[in-house]
Structure formats: structure tokens, C-alpha cells
Design a protein around this ligand. Structure first.
Ligand SMILES: [Zn+2]
Ligand SMILES: [Zn+2]
Length: 354
């Protein structure tokens, strides 16, 4: 697709995070130039992710003194760097948030997808809470014509990370009994993708009744409160006594991991997707060895997962309409950040529109 190239100004509005003072500022900065092998993308929408908040509150270390945040971008190619011939101005794309370091032992073997030191957009280089962002031409995913830009922005992490947890780490398949602890932003997509993968039954566990109602609407067969003293009994009843083949812990605290492990069938696995500094403390060696239970950590996704999800959206297999909780203009980025921090109206994803 090609359109008339719009005029690109010399400066643009961008959010800037200052590591020393932890300040988030809106500034006019020069529009960046795409280098060789790179494209300049006009940002249509960019998600606000918990990992963006973790940089602001200091839970993630800063790698550079000042950076533009936001790593969940959908937009249109606005300018091509030297040697780029696979894209045209006007193409709708989702850029990859990760750039292989080209130096670690996996990169040196050519296994770039397994890079041990990925440079991440919004952490190592400037991201998409801005009018424009520069990204590698390789790693961009084309957005099908019938997929709305807002939904495309969700694919760059918010849906692709749960996708990789379901398909790659857990390898959920037809007939697996699945439990999902925490049905907020990540967990809601785990429910939808587990359903696509053939999980049955799908059991949502949370302390928030609104989130549990939503999980039922989006595909869960059961919704139980995590503070229910008979939670394990209810899971046993729902699964006909089998218990769970796969339990996703999208919360990532000791209490949820313990419940998830206790709910497993023999050979069952807990996949940790949520993160905190707490310990897993998942039970006795007796319980693990006798029942051959497993706990696996999950992080991230592969670039091709974005393309798979784009096709699922395009062909109507996946509907993410309900995942866009709010769209805030870039000029109101502070309000968007605060809404996610305070979980105002139980958001799945809040998007920024430059
Ligand atoms: Zn993210
Ligand atoms: Zn590497």
C-alpha cells in the first residue's frame, strides 16, 4: 500500500523519561532520522505496559539517562533508511520491540531470536510515546488491511507474550484443563488464546469480580475467587477430579503460585507469566516428585508470533475489541500512566494516540 507521503516536520512531541529524577516530561524534540536498514514510523497508537511503569518506579534499571518510553507500537512507514527496499512509505506495520545485540554467544551462532542481551525499545533506544519512532526494517510485521490500528498495537506485547506462553512455553493443546490466575491485561488474553488452542475446561481465578465476569464473557468456563476457601474443591469438581494440566500464574506472587501448583494433575505444569520479587515456594519435594509437577518461567515472544496473531485477527478468529480500555492523547500521557497504576476501571490495555 502506498499513499501520498505526508510532510514530516523537523520536531515532534515526545514523552521523555529522565532516569536521575524519575520525571516524565512532554517535550518537542527533533524527528529522528532512520539509519541504514531502518524505517521511520509515524505512530498511530502505542500501548502503556506495566513494564513502562516499572522503569518509572525504578523496579527496572535504567540503561540510558533519558529515553522516550512505549514499546507497543502500530503505525505507518513514513521514511526509509538507506538500503531499505522491503517496505514503502504508507505501509502499515508493527515494529519489533527487540533488537538482537549481535555480540552474545547466541547471536554469534546466528541464533538471533535467542539473543541473551536484546536491546529493547523504550529501554535501550527511543520508543513510541512520540509522533515518530525509528525501528529496524527487518522485524516489522505488516498489518492486514482489515485489522484496525488500535488492535494491531496490542499485538506488540500485550497479546504476543500470552500467545507465546500458551503456544510455546506451555504448549496447550486440545483437551487440556487450564487454570489462569489473574485475569487482568495478560490473563484476559491467556483466556482467549487458551480457548483458541483448545483448552477445556478453562478456569479463571481472581479476587476481582469484575475481571472474573469479563473472563467468563471472553471464554472461561468457570470463574472462581482466589480467596474462596474451597477453591481446590471447586477446581476438582469442574475438572471431574482430574485437576489442571496447565496453570498460568499471571499474578506472580507466592500465594498464587502455591495455589496453581496445588491445583495440578500429575505431570501438570505451572507457567509463571507475572513477575514480582517474591519467592515461588511451590510445595514439597514429595509433592513434586511423586506427581511429576513442573514450574516453568515465561518471558516475551518471537517476532513471527505477531504475524500469526495478525492473521488470526484478520480472519476473524480472535476479537480484541474489548481489550482497548481507553485511548488517551499523547498530551495526556500522565493521565494514562496514572490510570494503569491505579487500575482505573480494570483496564486491559490503555493506548496512547500521538
Ligand atoms: Zn509491554
Ligand atoms: Zn545477542
Amino acid at each position: 500500500m502506498s499513499t501520498d507521503a505526508p510532510q514530516i516536520g523537523s520536531t515532534m512531541l515526545a514523552e521523555r523519561f529522565y532516569a536521575a529524577t524519575r520525571e516524565v516530561k512532554l517535550e518537542q524534540i527533533p524527528v529522528p532520522e532512520p539509519g541504514p536498514g531502518e524505517v521511520l514510523i509515524k505512530v498511530a497508537y502505542c500501548g502503556i505496559c506495566h513494564s513502562d511503569l516499572s522503569l518509572i518506579d525504578g523496579n527496572f534499571p535504567s540503561r540510558v539517562p533519558v529515553i522516550t518510553q512505549g514499546h507497543e507500537v502500530a503505525g505507518t512507514v513514513a521514511k526509509l533508511g538507506l538500503g531499505v527496499n522491503q517496505w514503502q512509505v504508507g505501509d502499515r506495520v508493527i515494529p519489533s520491540a527487540g533488537r538482537a545485540c549481535l555480540k552474545c554467544r547466541n547471536c554469534l551462532r546466528g541464533n538471533f531470536a535467542a539473543c541473551l542481551n536484546l536491546n529493547l525499545m523504550a529501554f535501550a533506544f527511543d520508543g513510541g510515546w512520540a509522533e515518530y519512532v525509528v525501528a529496524g526494517a527487518i522485524g516489522c510485521t505488516r498489518i492486514p488491511d482489515n485489522v484496525p490500528m488500535e488492535q494491531a498495537a496490542l499485538l506488540a506485547d500485550a497479546v504476543s507474550t500470552p500467545f507465546a506462553a500458551v503456544v510455546r512455553t506451555a504448549q496447550v493443546h486440545l483437551g487440556n484443563a487450564v487454570g489462569i490466575w489473574g485475569v487482568g491485561g495478560v490473563g484476559t488474553h491467556l483466556v482467549q488464546l487458551t480457548k483458541l488452542a483448545g483448552g477445556v475446561p478453562i478456569i479463571a481465578v481472581d479476587i476481582n469480580d469484575v475481571a472474573l465476569e469479563r473472563a467468563l464473557r471472553l471464554g472461561a468456563d468457570y470463574a472462581f475467587r482466589s480467596d474462596d476457601p474451597d477453591l481446590l474443591g471447586k477446581i476438582a469438581e469442574a475438572t471431574g477430579g482430574r485437576m489442571l494440566d496447565v496453570a498460568f500464574d499471571a499474578v506472580g506472587i507466592t500465594a498464587t503460585a502455591r495455589q496453581a501448583v496445588a491445583s495440578l494433575d500429575s505431570n501438570g505444569q505451572v507457567i509463571t507469566v507475572g513477575m514480582s520479587a517474591q519467592s515461588i515456594d511451590a510445595g514439597s519435594f514429595m509433592e513434586f516428585s511423586l506427581l511429576r509437577k513442573q514450574v516453568k518461567g515465561h518471558l516475551g515472544y518471537q517476532v513471527q508470533d505477531i504475524g500469526i496473531l495478525a492473521e488470526l485477527l484478520s480472519r476473524g478468529r480472535l476479537d480484541l475489541t474489548e481489550s482497548i480500555s481507553e485511548i488517551v492523547p499523547l498530551s495526556e500521557i500522565h493521565r494514562g500512566i496514572e490510570m494503569l497504576e491505579k487500575k482505573t476501571n480494570n483496564p486491559i490495555r490503555i493506548l496512547v494516540k500521538p
